[in-house]
Design a protein around this ligand. Structure first.
Ligand code: FES
Length: 94
């Protein structure tokens, strides 16, 4: 099965807000939740929501206001449910 991309904005606004501190935390969360065989974490150009904190995107969902301090919380409450929903949907249609 092809991996889905999870994008982390590496644009200049997100960079200034500490995206390079967020990245290693995301990488360890991905391992912790055993997502590495399904999800590819990728850097992206500006996701055009520069005034909304650090931004991530999974499929059509945009996750905003991420910071090095809250990334774990955001991952568990917003991003992980979106990823798991995608899995349920793909199991239902296969
Ligand atoms: S730089 Fe990240 S949304 Fe624009």
């Amino acid at each position: 099965m092809a991996k889905e991309n999870l994008y982390l904005c590496m644009g200049s606004a997100c960079h200034q807000l500490g995206v390079y501190e967020v990245l290693p935390k995301l990488q360890s969360l991905m391992s912790e939740y055993d997502l590495n065989d399904r999800i590819e974490l990728k850097g992206s150009f500006c996701l055009e929501s520069c005034s909304c904190g650090i931004v991530m995107k999974f499929q059509d969902d945009l996750f905003i206001n991420i910071s090095p301090q809250n990334v774990e919380d955001k991952f568990i409450t917003e991003i992980l449910p979106a990823i798991q929903k995608d899995r349920v949907d793909s199991l239902a249609t296969s």
